[in-house]
Design a protein around this ligand. Structure first.
Ligand code: MN
Length: 325
């Protein structure tokens, strides 16, 4: 790994024992033989994961429980206790390889105050770098003012919030008869991009101007519609007033990762829209190949200063990593 550019990756998943049932909804659609390999990779924190990282020059990863995890838990009390259980489990794994792993907390968004408390515990006591939340919780979106207390705490802790995909609460008629469109292929991006826009147009970033919300999968397509959001929101404002044009929240409050989109054309377009400071390398391990992601970023048509920002500089700044890490 010595000759390869240093890389930090932020959307790298594991599965803690006892969390399998939450993920069944999507894992069941993966061919059986791949499922077995995935389960092995998700459950491993040593040989397999470290070898993949070493082979691809990935120095440091932020680990997160695979989706939908706590967001699919219907009991508020269980959501709270299982989030703690997950975060303590992860802290134990990080302690074995502290120079290679850090963590994003799982949070019980069923209860905004409990979510804020668990975030604070995870950051201040366990040393986590922020949170990764799998979208809505049973159809509740986080632009709802009842989450303001949560956003206030996140902003005070000055850590990022990774908004990760999840299934839509209900499928729109346009998806009927096309199960292949739902899930990771298309539906998750629509769902997650929409949720990010709800935060933007819902005024969350006006109320908490220092929030950093990370959206994966090359920003779930949002960077490519940035110009149009300004143009059409100006034409159809529906009485909504924002402090800035929609485009101005990109790069300031919304930042993106390259997880699961290994296209040079998409990368250069996204950097053009977001700014080089707001695009961060990630893999989406083990659902995407670390080999493919590493080769993609190493061969991308970027100047070396920009490549260094995308590969590790932006992550080090946003995660507040010591240079030793
Ligand atoms: Mn993912």
């Amino acid at each position: 790994m010595n000759n390869r550019i240093k890389k930090i990756a932020l959307e790298e998943h594991f599965m803690a024992p006892g969390f399998e049932t939450y993920s069944k909804a999507f894992i069941q659609h993966i061919p059986k033989e791949q499922q077995e390999k995935l389960k092995m990779q998700l459950g491993d924190f040593d040989e397999i994961r470290l070898a993949e990282m070493d082979k691809n020059g990935i120095d440091y990863v932020v680990l997160s429980q695979t989706g939908p995890a706590i967001q699919a838990e219907s009991s508020i009390q269980l959501g709270i206790s299982r989030a703690k259980e997950n975060n303590d489990f992860l802290a134990g794994k990080i302690a074995k390889h502290p120079t290679r792993f850090c963590g994003f907390a799982a949070l019980p968004m069923q209860d905004p105050k409990a979510a804020a408390d668990e975030l604070e515990r995870a950051v201040l006591q366990l040393g986590f770098k922020g949170a990764l939340v799998n979208g809505h919780t049973h159809g509740t979106y986080y632009d709802d003012p009842k989450f303001d207390a949560f956003w206030e705490r996140l902003q005070a802790l000055d850590v990022p919030f990774y908004l990760h995909p999840i299934d839509m609460p209900a499928l729109p008629p346009s998806f009927a008869g096309h199960p292949e469109l739902n899930g990771a292929t298309w539906g998750w991006g629509v769902e997650t991009g929409t949720h990010a826009l709800r935060l933007l147009f819902g005024g969350v970033f006006d109320r908490f101007p220092n929030l950093k919300v990370i959206v994966g999968h090359m920003g779930e397509g949002l960077p490519f519609l940035r110009w149009r959001l300004d143009s059409r929101f100006a034409a159809y404002p529906h009485g909504i007033q924002l402090a800035h044009k929609p485009s101005e929240y990109f790069g300031r409050n919304l930042i993106i990762t390259t997880s699961g989109v290994c296209s040079h054309a998409a990368l250069t377009g996204a950097i053009g829209e977001m700014g080089a400071q707001a695009v961060l390398f990630s893999v989406d391990y083990p659902y995407e190949s670390s080999d493919t992601a590493a080769e993609f970023i190493e061969t991308a048509p970027l100047d070396e200063a920009t490549r260094a920002l995308v590969c590790h500089g932006n992550a080090a700044r946003i995660l507040k990593l010591d240079s030793a890490a």
